[in-house]
Design a protein around this ligand. Structure first.
Ligand code: IMP
Length: 189
């Protein structure tokens, strides 16, 4: 089946294609700009983004909202991740954690997909990955906070992984897996 991913982030498109392509889902980018609500949860933001492109993006389509939650910062940047990345960036997060030892640098990435089916009904899918914030940026792949996030069980950051490897370990990969499972159950693929 063909499905539109409404995003302007080429990194997210690449990850979705790598994860869903082999399962028979043809992911096509769609550049309609969703409006981004400032809300307390990724779920609310994702739902609102999906509603905001209704009628402008051909169904079935999905949008996604993701964020990095750092324990030692009370969950910041969380739902403010985009703004934090555009302003203070990876270096700013590292500065905020200056002097914090490795065992207190726990963080997690979360992603929420809002999928609008052919009939326009919304379905939410979530993925989380736990890990830690590194002492310095490492790696040149991926995007956003990838160079400073090391998932549990790996001694490499997301930016040191290839797209397929990141997909196996990442929040987005897990949310995409949940979407793929839903589509398979519905007999769409
Ligand atoms: P968005 O609003 O879902 O695009 O994500 C908010 C911000 O979180 C982005 O600007 C990225 O900097 C960051 N982000 C989201 N997903 C990832 C990821 O998989 N790796 C690294 N950073 C990410």
């Amino acid at each position: 089946m063909r499905i539109r991913f409404v995003t302007t982030n080429p990194g997210k498109i690449e990850e979705a294609r790598a994860r869903l392509g082999p399962r028979g889902v043809d992911v096509r980018p769609h550049a309609a700009r969703p409006t981004e609500l400032q809300a307390d949860t990724l779920e609310e933001v994702a739902r609102h983004k999906a509603e905001s492109v209704r009628g402008r993006a051909p169904a079935p389509y999905f949008v996604e909202d993701a964020g990095l939650f750092v324990d030692a910062l009370g969950g910041f940047p969380g739902v403010y991740s985009r703004h934090a990345f555009d302003t203070i960036g990876c270096r700013g997060i590292l500065r905020l954690l200056a002097g914090v030892p490795a065992r207190r640098r726990a963080a997690r990435f979360r992603a929420v997909i809002a999928y609008a089916d052919r009939g326009g009904r919304l379905h939410l899918f979530e993925g989380t990955v736990k890990g830690r914030i590194t002492a310095r940026p490492r790696g040149g792949n991926g995007f956003g906070f990838d160079p400073i996030f090391e998932p549990h069980g790996l001694d490499r950051t997301f930016a040191e992984l290839g797209t397929a490897e990141k997909g196996q370990a990442s929040h987005r990969g897990r949310a995409l897996d949940a979407l793929a499972k839903h589509l398979a159950v519905k007999g769409r693929v």
